[in-house]
Design a protein around this ligand. Structure first.
Ligand code: 13P
Ligand code: ZN
Length: 278
């Protein structure tokens, strides 16, 4: 069943746990993520990111997401991740995503507000929820232009845009870290959580360290985005010596599923979210 993330994220915020957000890029990854959620009996956020367009375009991603999402035995949020092109985000809203991220975090705050406001209006009249980003979570391999989220800016941004959830930058980056686990600014996170009433999302969850992620969740993060760790789990299996393609694909699916279950446990989803399904 496809659902909105609103109730889920609000429940997580109230009770102090988080939902994992898993990116999918093919049928094996989406099956693994749904299998993990079904094994635990928990809702799942499945996300296709605009940057995956060369590998899988929006229409194919929507077809996969809607097909597997509607036959899943658990609630599924179908999320468009890091949409940088407002036209593509509107297309996603019109064609089946139940949640979208309008990412104008590389623009100045005025422009970010204008672009996000417009998408929020468009999405809300169509029953779709919106995440936006303020500050900037960079990428380790190609750039390192991360910028911490300022508290005043976050307050102003959420008020003026009426966005449903906010991605904040507190020291994580997309991809694998060059040196160990990152140092996160928990103090800033606590201030943000106090000042902003909407759910907060943490991008760049992979390789951030379970301890860091658990602390971030305890201090107010309600959704943690995971992509690279899942892709690397599949890659690790691909390097092993399997006799058939099928054997390899199933091993990859199992490895991704195990990792997804692990993250549900780290974020406390498995302990607190039971009531939602009742
Ligand atoms: P990682 O690839 O670092 O897990 O980041 C995922 C993400 O933020 C997707 O939006
Ligand atoms: Zn991200």
């Amino acid at each position: 069943m496809l659902v909105s993330s609103n109730t889920l994220l609000k429940d997580a915020r109230d009770k102090g746990y988080a939902f994992p957000h898993f990116n999918y890029w093919d049928s094996n990854s989406i099956r693994a993520e749904i299998a993990a959620a079904e094994e635990l009996g928990l809702p799942v956020i499945l996300a296709w990111a605009e940057k995956h367009s060369p590998e899988i375009g929006i229409d194919d991603a929507l077809a996969l997401g809607k097909y597997f999402g509607s036959k899943a035995k658990v609630p599924v949020v179908l999320h468009l991740d890091h949409g940088t092109d407002p036209e593509l985000v509107k297309y996603g809203i019109d064609n089946g995503f139940t949640s979208v991220m309008m990412d104008a975090s590389d623009k100045d705050i005025e422009e970010n507000i204008e672009i996000t406001k417009d998408i929020v209006k468009y999405a809300h009249t169509r029953g779709v929820v919106v995440e936006a980003e303020i500050g900037h979570v960079g990428t380790n391999e190609t750039e390192d232009n991360s910028m911490y989220t300022e508290v005043d800016a976050a307050v102003r941004f959420s008020k003026e845009t009426q966005v449903d959830s906010l991605a904040v930058s507190i020291g994580t980056s997309h991809g694998v870290y060059k040196q160990g686990t990152p140092k996160l600014n928990f103090e800033r996170l606590v201030e943000l959580r106090k000042a902003v009433s909407i759910p907060l999302a943490l991008h760049g969850g992979s390789s951030s360290g379970d301890d860091n992620l658990e602390k971030a969740v305890n201090r107010g993060i309600t959704k943690v985005n995971i992509y690279t760790d899942l892709a690397n789990a599949a890659l690790f299996e691909a390097k092993k010596d399997y006799h058939t393609e099928t054997e390899m694909a199933l091993a990859q699916r199992e490895a991704m599923k195990k990792l997804a279950i692990h993250y549900y446990e780290v974020f406390g989803t498995d302990s607190y979210c039971y009531q939602i399904l009742k």
